[in-house]
Design a protein around this ligand. Sequence first.
Ligand code: T1G
Length: 697
Amino acid sequence: MSDDAVLYSTQGDVGIITINNPPVNALRNAVRTGIKDGVEKFVADPAVKAIVLIGGGRTFIAGADIKEFGKPPSGPDLNSVIATMENAPKPIVAALHGTALGGGLETAFGAHYRVIAPTGKVGLPEVHLGLLPGAGGTQRLPRLMGAKAALDAILSGAHISAGKAKATGIVDEIVEGDLLTEAVKYAHKLAADKAPLKKIRDKKATLESPVLFEETEKAIARKSRGFLAPFHIIKTVKAAVELPFDQGMKRERELFQELLTSSQSAAQRFYFFAEREAAKVKDVPSDTPMREIKAAGIIGAGTMGGGIAMNFANAGIPVTVLENDQAALDRGLKTIRTNYENTARRGGMKAEDVDKRMALITPTLSYDDLKNADIIIEAVFETMEVKEQVFKKLDQVAKPGAILATNTSGLDINQIASYTKRPQDVIGMHFFSPANVMKLLENVRGKATSKDVIATVMNLSKKIGKVPVLVGVCEGFVGNRMLRQRGVQASYLIEEGATPQQVDKVLYDFGFPMGPFAMSDLAGNDVGWRIRQGKKESQQSNTRYSGYVADAICEQGRFGQKTGKGWFLYNLPDRTPIPDPEVQKIIEETSKRLGIKRREISDQEILERTLYPMVNEGAKILEEGMAQRALDIDVIWVNGYGWPVYRGGPMFWADQIGVKKIYDALNKYHEQTGDAFWKPAPLLKKLAETGGTFASL
Ligand code: T1G
């Protein structure tokens, strides 16, 4: 018998099974047991002619309980629960609302009929966990909507609206009004009419094209490069088309087990919880009162400012954008409109929504128009002088209680806050370019930043579609500070004998979308060049200058894609990086000038020397309290820098390969080079010596 995770009741001759497992009615053991017992109980009860399965609270079942994976299985497995429903001699109606996802939708497939609330959604998002639907979803969905649509749905893991679910046969009816009342009426009528007990397993999965599976594999090759689950999903849908149901189920189970026990799924299941945990701030209680954000202001309509403004408009929050000259303002608004029009053209939004979003964005040349904003984010030129001017002005203009945020990518938030009489209202919100696309938002806590400002901004970040992580004030915050370590070694490696293409390929094959040199060409090599000219290597005072080759590249105007050549050549508009003998010459001349004898460098050495220093810097960041938890660093790297989610994140990965292995390698390079750069962080040393993990901190 289950605990009160499942409740039973009757209305007339209809038995009702209500899932009561907040917050999302996940299918933990007690829920599976409760459903199975409930069906058996109502089947045995002669007074009950039909059964309704419904979710209590805000949603129908949102899936298997991800926390249960990896633990010894207990209670009835989901397939047996679904079979019990499917074989029941009385009509079972699944009543869906909220998000019926994964094992939740698969459970609903065991019912003979499905009804849904107009705002309900369904989906099979297992692919995001490095899995595939493991309780018949890959065999039943193609039998409902055909192989092609089923493949698209399972590979994307997208939520499907009630309308589309009805149109594709996933549900039988969309019911207005009270879902339970309507579902009971519907079930009662099915029994009265002796309606057939429909079993999805008896239907045939249609195959729209004989080359569907090969074509799909090619179509996803680029986006799913390195992932296992998408390619296993294709195999299971193929089985749904080619094999009898029970054999297809067997094939699904085999492939599901392979994924469940894979390191990729372990990493992606870790990441699922990490992203949610990172949004929580240890010393800011979840019930901290938040400031209401009804209107926003952005200072600067450039690439960053415009992108930031779009996030607010996308969330339906009116936003005023301030520039100091009309031409810049017009350019900024035009770019925003173009971005929306391009998205609409690609089908990412309705054409009529372009004007609706633009109507939420008010351009202005006057600070006075920011006086009613609840939050003002500056995205102006990245110098402290300009930030000082802006924040002194904001201190005069912004209403009391307005949150004053800076989008700085590394300047000292405490110093910026000191330019106002309200440092408690000042916070950093470090967006990543393009700000309307990149999910990561590093929120930077100043010494004086108040807890309600932190709570408000962390919540607001999610509202505007970002993945927020709270970091501390240090040079480069967390992401760029670790990126710098990778960059220093990448530069040394090409001076010592590697080529840019070799370094890039090692990191590309690891799973990054591109390597550091191609990335620099994309961002513009002149960005780093200007910064290096503007300041000493303050971050790496304990290691030698790493910009010799990069400077030589820029001195020849090789700024990257925008100039058609940088570290690589580009036959624009094609952006494929092409190794350039000219660059090789510059590199070899630099090695000679530095007195470095070039040598063959292995891919393994490249991997260790680019990634282990990142882990070491992560350990320092944790020691200094610049990130709350190791998983925060992982969430930053997955969302801001393309760390492959199937490897969890740099700190998760370090635990997987073993902190001791990294520690020993750091010591090896330290001994080889004598460079203080390689000195292991005390925390990393401690973990290596005690067999500890970053996850255990
Ligand atoms: N298992 C365990 N906990 C879950 C959970 C799940 N499936 N889904 C959510 N939670 C927790 C979450 O960690 C958070 O906890 C709280 O619920 C609210 O979640 C056999 C193998 C449903 C759209 O992948 O997509 O079924 O932080 O903050 O923004 O084939 O949660 O409060 O402590 O995300 O309103 C397939 C995953 C599983 C759905 C709601 N299902 N969940 O979003 O709330 S595998 C999924 C979501 C499976 C079968 C296979 C979202 C949501 P805490 P939240 P939300």
